[in-house]
Design a protein around this ligand. Structure first.
Ligand SMILES: Nc1ncnc2c1ncn2[C@@H]1O[C@H](COP(=O)(O)OP(=O)(O)O)[C@@H](O)[C@H]1O
Ligand SMILES: [Mg+2]
Length: 290
């Protein structure tokens, strides 16, 4: 019926089409602009609201993360860091407020696979080679074999492990396993990478090496990163923004911008690096006395 009408009056139909094209273009442009962004507005999360063991894990969280930035969440255990990350991932829903990823509800972003995730344990499948572990999400998403293999090879280059493609996870060190997990999380080119204490189980030297690796990956891929850590130097070395969180109920008490430019090994010995560490430490301390 509609099609007939359109043919009867091509003038109207063309105008109508043009209007919808313009609307589509506008929405794509605004979405483009929001790619890699995260916004939380007035977000609270209460677990077990109707029970005596009710926990207000987060209260009145307001956070705006711009595309391509590196944000660290730091704060004492139990202050709600993992809860906030899971809300951004759309794995749980806020009790109040709104979380948006790439300009759409977090739940939709999860369905659209807009983010990759990495945790403290690499959680690789022991019976699959490194290459096959990286290919796994691509298999689940229906990528063809050739495209999968090519992407896995690119990711292995990115994390500087090409010679380990056919090794099994148990043959790799902890740091290498974590690099494979990062490669797997980024294989399908998500705009956002969510990392929950990914280097927490590594020794200090490996950890510093991994931080440099992660910054290299971040620069290469332009992915927005949200990273949880307990280490103040790690937060300062990695981030463009540090969010200091306070417990009971979990809130973001301070947001500190870090402006150290491109990081190198020397960065860790610079005065402005130490000055930023002091700033974060003081922000964490000031909450203890309140
Ligand atoms: N699924 C859950 N059910 C009940 N309480 C929870 C749940 N997940 C987290 N919590 C509680 O919420 C608070 C914040 O937890 P979490 O986000 O894991 O903190 P963090 O990652 O900063 O250590 C803690 O008190 C924790 O016990
Ligand atoms: Mg946690």
């Amino acid at each position: 019926m509609t099609a007939e009408r359109a043919t009867d009056n091509p003038q109207v139909s063309e105008e109508g089409l043009q209007d919808s094209m313009d609307t589509l273009q506008d929405s794509m442009e605004s979405r483009q602009h929001l790619l890699g962004s995260v916004a939380a507005q007035g977000v609270s999360k209460v677990f077990l609201p109707n029970s005596t063991s009710k926990v207000t894990a987060l209260e009145d969280i307001n956070l705006h993360i711009s595309p391509g930035s590196f944000t660290t969440l730091i704060g004492p255990s139990g202050c709600g860091k993992s809860t906030l990350l899971r809300l951004v991932a759309g794995l749980i829903h806020p009790t109040q407020g709104v979380v948006q990823v790439n300009g759409k509800p977090a739940d939709q972003a999860r369905k659209d696979r807009d983010y990759g995730m990495a945790f403290q344990t690499a959680s690789l499948f022991d019976w699959r080679t490194v290459r096959k572990n990286i290919e796994l999400p691509l298999e689940l998403m229906g990528w063809r074999r050739g495209a999968r293999q090519q992407r896995a090879a690119e990711m292995l280059e990115l994390v500087q492990l090409p010679e380990f493609a056919d090794s099994y996870p148990s043959e790799l060190s902890g740091g290498m396993q974590q690099r494979v997990a990062i490669a797997r999380a980024l294989a399908f080119k998500p705009t956002l990478l969510l990392m929950d204490e990914p280097f927490g189980a590594l020794d200090e030297m490996t950890r510093e090496h991994m931080q440099a690796e992660l910054l290299h990956i971040w620069e290469e891929t332009n992915t927005t990163i949200i990273f949880i850590t307990h280490s103040i130097p790690e937060a300062v070395f990695l981030s463009t923004n540090v969010c200091v969180m306070t417990p009971r109920p979990g809130r973001i008490s301070t947001q500190i911008e870090i402006d150290l430019g491109k990081r190198t090994d020397d960065t860790r010995e610079r005065e402005d690096f130490f000055a930023s560490i002091v700033k974060v430490r003081e922000a964490l301390r000031s909450q203890e006395s309140t």
